[in-house]
Design a protein around this ligand. Structure first.
Ligand SMILES: [Zn+2]
Length: 178
């Protein structure tokens, strides 16, 4: 693979992972690493062997709303945690949303095998678009950072702490804030 193509792919992967991470970190209480992994997951289709054929191709099965819905249903069934399901939805949804704007688009109506592609044909991984996406993701992270330390902790621990709240901070809690 030529260097330019390799750099393009690396930049695209990093952008999807970072956008997923920022959305989950900024808007949910789930582990942001989930956003990183699921933001990147659809492009796992690059690993399908070439002889598998449709829909196990790039921008095939893993780039469809049906796949996303199935994955989220599975995630919810396993975790029984709405925050985790929401995090998964944001991460994989952001990947499909970005790719759907590219010239190749995504397969909206899978399993129907139609060529319908309402994409506006934007260069979503061009340097300008990449800078825009990274700025937006950094903005979400910066916004989250202003929201105070309670958001930094596991929500279950938070609930526990509110219940047993003491009038003075314990040395442990102070250490955690640093
Ligand atoms: Zn993709």
């Amino acid at each position: 693979m030529e260097l330019g193509r390799l750099l393009f792919l690396f930049s695209a992967f990093a952008t999807h992972a970072f956008v997923g991470y920022a959305l989950v970190r900024g808007l949910t209480d789930a582990d942001p690493r989930l956003g990183l992994v699921l933001g990147l997951l659809p492009d796992g289709d690059f690993l399908f062997p070439a002889d598998w054929g449709w829909p196990f191709v790039h921008r095939g099965l893993t780039h469809t709303p049906l796949f996303a819905i199935g994955l989220l249903a599975g995630l919810y069934l396993v975790s029984r945690n709405r925050s985790v399901a929401l995090a998964g939805g944001l991460a994989i949804g952001s990947h499909l949303a970005i790719d759907s704007l590219s010239p190749m688009g995504i397969r909206w109506l899978f399993p129907l095998r139609t060529a319908w592609n309402p994409s506006p044909g934007l260069a979503v991984h061009s340097p300008a678009a990449t800078a825009l996406l990274w700025t937006a993701a950094l903005g979400i992270l910066a916004f989250r950072a202003t929201q105070g330390p309670s958001h930094d902790r596991d929500p279950t621990t938070d609930k526990q702490e509110y219940k047993d709240e003491q009038p003075t901070a314990t040395p442990d809690a102070t250490a955690e804030l640093e």
